[in-house]
Each structure stands twice: as structure tokens, then as C-alpha cells.
Design a protein around this ligand. Structure first.
Ligand code: SF4
Ligand code: SF4
Length: 124
């Protein structure tokens, strides 16, 4: 999840999107030594070691550092919210990911978060 970039469309709101933090690949984002040092104590919570390499831990199809919530607006419409709980110490890959970039467009095109969450809330 990128921070807001100057000159990008105002309609893009990472806290209402979160798409780039969703992925089914357990090796979606590798944590380099600089990332692990920056994460500090959070590494054990949001990282996982596989075959001597570290990655962000993916849980329920998204990064375990992503907090997914919901807010109900004055119009009664529920909106999903997405927050990175390690934003200040997020890994380099997340820092380099630009809002409005091609990768951002691709992630939003898939729209995994809403698709997943809609499935979870479907009546059974
Ligand atoms: S896909 Fe783009 S708009 Fe959505 S959270 Fe990531 S950077 Fe932000
Ligand atoms: S560390 Fe933060 S920005 Fe990076 S994938 Fe996880 S929730 Fe998203």
C-alpha cells in the first residue's frame, strides 16, 4: 500500500482499497535484511521464515499486517477500510509501490478485497 502521491487522482484512497496488500502467494513480498531490521519486534508478528528467506506472512489472502475493518456512513452504507498496521516500518517493496502505478491499476482491477469480503458476507 503506497502513501498518497502528489498529482495522482484524488479518487484513489488506499484506506478504502487495500487491493495491493491481498495475494494468495505465501511468498508475495520478501523481507530483506533492511526490512527485517526496520520491522524490529513486529517481524515475528507479520513475517515468516521459509527456507532461510523471510516473507510477509499472508493470512486469509492478505498481508497479516493489514487491518480490515468496516465503517457505516451517515447514509447507512457500509464501507470497508484497510490500514497497514506497520506503515511506518513497512518493507521497501511496499514503499516503492506507487499509488496510481500500473501495479496499482492491476491490483484494483482484480479488486480482490471486495470480492473476498463479499463472498464472506454472502448468506449461506
Ligand atoms: S492498489 Fe493502489 S489505491 Fe489500492 S491500496 Fe494499493 S496503492 Fe492504494
Ligand atoms: S506491510 Fe503494509 S503496505 Fe505492505 S503489504 Fe502489508 S499491509 Fe500492505
Amino acid at each position: 500500500m503506497a502513501s498518497a502521491q502528489r498529482g495522482k487522482p484524488r479518487s484513489l484512497d488506499c484506506t478504502a482499497c487495500g487491493a495491493c496488500c491481498f495475494n494468495d502467494d505465501p511468498r508475495y513480498i520478501e523481507l530483506w535484511s533492511v526490512d527485517r531490521e526496520r520491522l524490529g519486534p513486529s517481524l515475528e508478528l507479520v513475517g515468516v521464515e521459509r527456507d532461510s528467506q523471510w516473507f510477509l506472512r499472508m493470512t486469509d489472502g492478505h498481508c497479516s499486517a493489514l487491518a480490515v475493518g468496516a465503517t457505516v456512513g451517515p447514509d447507512g452504507v457500509t464501507a470497508m477500510t484497510f490500514h497497514c498496521t506497520v506503515y511506518e516500518s513497512r518493507p521497501d517493496a511496499c514503499r516503492a509501490f506507487e499509488q496510481g502505478s500500473r501495479g496499482c491499476e492491476q491490483a484494483r482491477a482484480i479488486d480482490v478485497p471486495r470480492a473476498r469480503l463479499a463472498q464472506r458476507t454472502e448468506p449461506r
